[in-house]
Each structure stands twice: as structure tokens, then as C-alpha cells.
Design a protein around this ligand. Structure first.
Ligand SMILES: [Zn+2]
Ligand SMILES: [Zn+2]
Length: 350
């Protein structure tokens, strides 16, 4: 029995050097530390919370949109019968602008939730049904001499790819896992995520501004026990206004961060790594430059796929517009600073 156990642990495998007969040992599983267990718990909770958070987001959006169209709009604008379009310009423009914002929020949220962020097997699986490690490796070898391999799913890792411990797979141009969309933010849905944050922040600011009048009326009605002229209960209107303030601040902060990343052609993970490398460069007296950075305009054109896919205004259309490329190879500016961490240090950077 002892001998068969030792054979399993020291299985001889072919090596590149035929004369090298040294057995390769399989590493024993290391014991989980407290922080590993916490990480696993967070990942599992994040995965289970996803559908609940999407439902909560849907309910809150429905509430605020109803509040806006049944209280805020009637408070500021009324359709004047018999005055035609010219007499109702303010009402019409406000309705068009409001519906555009709603479309921007709902469509981009839907796209961010339903668009797969991109995985290493994309493209290969469609062309060849039993896609496995070898297929991926062959594809990677066509542009990388020694493709790094993921330590968790054991597939080759294209540049900018990282493993998501919630989705349990490698994601192309991985940014982060967002439980609010129950999805990773990666190469194919980063645009929708950013535009969702942008439309939502704009809508929150506008909503709070439009709610100032109704909010005052609400306070007066409460104080003087006057009649509240709208069907929506006062408590829900007050809640919507406070909610829009809080969401606007939180989502606005996150939106600013993602705009900064987009303008500088970085993902959240890369930003941390780049900052680390910047520190090393500074000590060496070198100047760091991000190899994916083509300047603000170039980065925007790339991110929104402007020029190749459509004109500039497509950036403001809440449509499903795919990004440039397959997410496995990226154009480089040639000015990038590459730091040699050695093959084993790659995963330790994040
Ligand atoms: Zn992986
Ligand atoms: Zn994920």
C-alpha cells in the first residue's frame, strides 16, 4: 500500500530533456488560512447575493422612475390642451430628455448583466465543440512564446486576463466582479458598466434637482396637514429623493473612478499593479508608461470602438456595440515599461 501511495505522489512525467529522469512531485494542498476562508465566504456570498441585488436594483429603479413621472413631472410641467407642440416645448423636451436617461440606465444595466465579459474559451468553443486545453494553447502560441497559465483553471492566460474566484473562470480584460450585475466586468461589458454608472449618476443629479420643489411641498403638506395632490404616498417620494442623493454620491464616485481608468487605459487591477511598478521606476530613476495607453482621445476611441464601428455619437447611444478585438490581444503603444517579475510572481501582483 505504501509503495502505491508513493508512486502516485511521484509520478514520472516526460520532460524537455530526455536525460532528465527526475520525478516531478505533486505539491500537497496547503492548509486554508483564516483569510482564505474569509475570501471563500465573501465569494460564495457574492455569488448568492447576485440575483437578490438585481431584484433590489430593479425595484428601486421602478420606484424612482414612477415617482419621477407621477410626481416630479406633473409638479413642473402640465400638458396645455389646445396650445399644440409650440406651447408645450418645455414639457416635450423634458419628456424626451427623461426618457433618454431611462433608456440609458435600463439598457446599459441589462447589457451589463446579460453580456458575458469574455472568457479564454470564447470563439474556440463555437468553432470546435470539444475545445480543450490544447486548442487554447495553440491559439495562444500563435502570438505568445510562453503563454502563462492560470493556477486555478489551468488554462492559458492571455494578456490582461485574470481569474474570477466568484465566476470560477478566467475573464478577458478583467476589471472586477460586481454583485450588483451578478457578473464580472470585463472586455465585452465594461462599456455598458461604465455607461450605466454615467447615466445613473446624471439621472440622480437631475432627479434630486427636479425633486426640490415637490420635497418642499411634501414638507409643507406634512406641517400644515394640507392635501397631498399626488397618488404616490409622501413617504415613498421622500424615500426616493433621499435614495437618489445617496446613490448619486456612491455611484458618482465609482463612475469617476471608472472614467479615470478608461481615459488612462487601465483596469482596476492594472491600476494597482501600475502604481506598484511606478514606485519601482521612481526608485530606479525611470519613467513609467502604460503600454496600452494611447492618450486620452486614443483611449476613448478604442474603448467606445469609434471610427471602426461607428461615428462619435454612437458613444451616447445606449445600444449593444461590441468593443474592438477579441479581448485576447491588445494593441500596444510601444512606450510601455515592462518589469520582469519572473514567471512565478505573476499572480502575486494582485
Ligand atoms: Zn483561471
Ligand atoms: Zn466574476
Amino acid at each position: 500500500m505504501a509503495s502505491s501511495a508513493s508512486t502516485a505522489a511521484f509520478a514520472a512525467v516526460p520532460t524537455s530533456d530526455p536525460a532528465d529522469n527526475r520525478p516531478i512531485t505533486t505539491k500537497p494542498r496547503r492548509k486554508l488560512t483564516f483569510s482564505d476562508k474569509i475570501e471563500i465566504l465573501i465569494d460564495r456570498t457574492s455569488s448568492k447575493l447576485g440575483p437578490i441585488l438585481i431584484t433590489v436594483a430593479f425595484l428601486l429603479l421602478s420606484l424612482t422612475i414612477s415617482c419621477y413621472f407621477t410626481v416630479y413631472i406633473p409638479f413642473h410641467y402640465q400638458w396645455n390642451e389646445g396650445e399644440g407642440f409650440q406651447g408645450n416645448t418645455g414639457y416635450i423636451l423634458t419628456m424626451v430628455w427623461s426618457l433618454y436617461l431611462v433608456w440609458g440606465i435600463v439598457a446599459n444595466y441589462y447589457y451589463a448583466v446579460t453580456t458575458p465579459p469574455g472568457s479564454v474559451l470564447d470563439g474556440l468553443a463555437a468553432e470546435n465543440e470539444g475545445t480543450h486545453f490544447q486548442d487554447v494553447l495553440m491559439e495562444m502560441e500563435s502570438f505568445t512564446e510562453f503563454p502563462p497559465t492560470c493556477k486555478r483553471c489551468h488554462l492559458p492566460k492571455p494578456e490582461r486576463t485574470h481569474h474570477c474566484s466568484v465566476c470560477k473562470k478566467c475573464i478577458l480584460k478583467y476589471d472586477h466582479h460586481c454583485p450588483w450585475i451578478h457578473n464580472c466586468v470585463g472586455h465585452f461589458n465594461h462599456r455598458y458598466f461604465l455607461m450605466f454608472l454615467t447615466y445613473l449618476t446624471t439621472a440622480c443629479v437631475y432627479f434630486v434637482y427636479m425633486g426640490i420643489g415637490p420635497f418642499k411641498l411634501l414638507a409643507e403638506a406634512e406641517e400644515h396637514l394640507a392635501t397631498w395632490p399626488y397618488q404616490m404616498p409622501q413617504a415613498l417620494v421622500a424615500f426616493s429623493e433621499v435614495l437618489a442623493c445617496a446613490i448619486g454620491l456612491a455611484v458618482g464616485g465609482m463612475g469617476c473612478w471608472h472614467w479615470y481608468l478608461t481615459l488612462t487605459a487601465q483596469t482596476t487591477l492594472e491600476q494597482y499593479n501600475n502604481n506598484y511598478i511606478k514606485g519601482i521606476c521612481k526608485k530606479k530613476g525611470d519613467r513609467f508608461s502604460n503600454m496600452y495607453d494611447f492618450g486620452i482621445i486614443g483611449n476613448l476611441l478604442d474603448f467606445f470602438n469609434i471610427g471602426r464601428r461607428g461615428p462619435w455619437y454612437t458613444a451616447f447611444l445606449p445600444l449593444r456595440i461590441p468593443p474592438i478585438g477579441n479581448g485576447k490581444r491588445f494593441e500596444k503603444s510601444g512606450r510601455g515599461y515592462v518589469l520582469d517579475f519572473g514567471p512565478d510572481d505573476e499572480d502575486d501582483l494582485v
